[in-house]
Design a protein around this ligand. Structure first.
Ligand code: NAP
Length: 257
């Protein structure tokens, strides 16, 4: 990397914690941050996909570790906060990517659906931010990247409790930006389009749905995890120091019409 690009985009010496980094968009972001120079700590529930992701990162020359964690469990989140710095030191970049996707019609949602959705998709990002944000601010540098959804800004496809959590995440982003921007910590939300990952397999299985959604993207196709590499490296790096509190749609134009 030339000196100019290095100064804008290099993540050498940084460490990122990526929740949901064992799959889909989260893995693509972890790989991108790692290949740009960051050490990577992954968190998700299942150990096997986490191990596979660590090995895949190591094959790219990335220093990586994983902490199996159920983000619905506050004790486990607390444990993650304290264990995450044990591999490569302080966390400089927090990516809140993990989410569940309980999308029953609103009237069929149970109290448990709501509680689980808010716990994983909103409370865990809040708690991780509350732990790592002040520590980043004390060091004078940090990046928080929250992964939202079209439901952060619109009702779409039985939004339900998922939409409540994803809209809340944009508010959390602004609160974090307000709290810590003066101390070098930025927080932004990235909004994907319809991305072909395990999370959307149920929707992909509905005949014609994948094609119909592809047509709703101005670019004419659905998203792929690799579409989130560039925005993650940019937001995490030095070149994005003046960008905070924003909701950025990386959705092939889905939200633009
Ligand atoms: N795919 C899309 O079209 C789309 C669109 C808009 C927004 N998004 C958002 O993008 C993000 C990533 O989605 P994706 O499509 O890449 O999904 P994915 O491939 O299914 O990955 C989800 C990740 O989250 C982890 N996870 C789920 N529940 C968890 C829990 N309770 N505790 C800890 N980790 C948990 C999963 O691992 P375990 O199952 O092992 O825990 C996995 O690593 C999510 O925030 C999602 O809402 C996706």
């Amino acid at each position: 990397m030339s000196g100019y690009l290095h100064d804008l985009f290099s993540l050498h010496g940084r460490t990122a914690l990526v929740t949901g980094g064992s799959s889909g968009i989260g893995y693509a972001i972890a790989e991108a941050l790692g290949r740009a120079g960051a050490n990577i700590v992954l968190a998700a529930r299942r150990p096997r996909p986490l191990d596979d992701a660590v090995h895949a990162l190591e094959e790219h020359g990335v220093h990586a570790a994983a902490i199996p964690t159920d983000l619905a469990d506050r004790t486990a989140v607390d444990h993650l906060c304290h264990k995450a710095t044990g591999f490569f030191g302080d966390i400089d970049i927090l990516v809140n990517d993990a989410a569940n996707n309980i999308r029953r019609p609103m009237a069929e949602l149970t109290d448990d659906d709501y509680t689980q959705t808010i716990a994983v998709n909103l409370t865990a990002p809040y708690l991780l931010g509350q732990h790592f944000g002040p520590r980043m601010a004390a060091r004078g540098h940090g990046r928080i990247i929250n992964i939202g959804s079209q439901q952060s800004i619109r009702a779409f496809g039985d939004s339900g409790a998922y939409g409540v959590a994803k809209a809340g995440l944009t508010g959390l982003t602004r609160s974090q930006a307000e709290a810590w921007a003066r101390h070098g910590v930025t927080s932004n939300t990235v909004i994907p389009g319809f991305v072909l990952t395990p999370l959307t397999e149920t929707a992909q299985a509905v005949p014609g749905r994948t094609e119909a959604l592809a047509a709703r993207h101005m670019i004419g196709r659905n998203g792929l995890p690799a579409d989130y590499a560039g925005i993650a490296v940019f937001l995490a790096g030095p070149g994005a120091a003046f960008l905070t509190g924003q909701t950025i749609c990386v959705d092939g134009g889905f939200s633009a019409h």
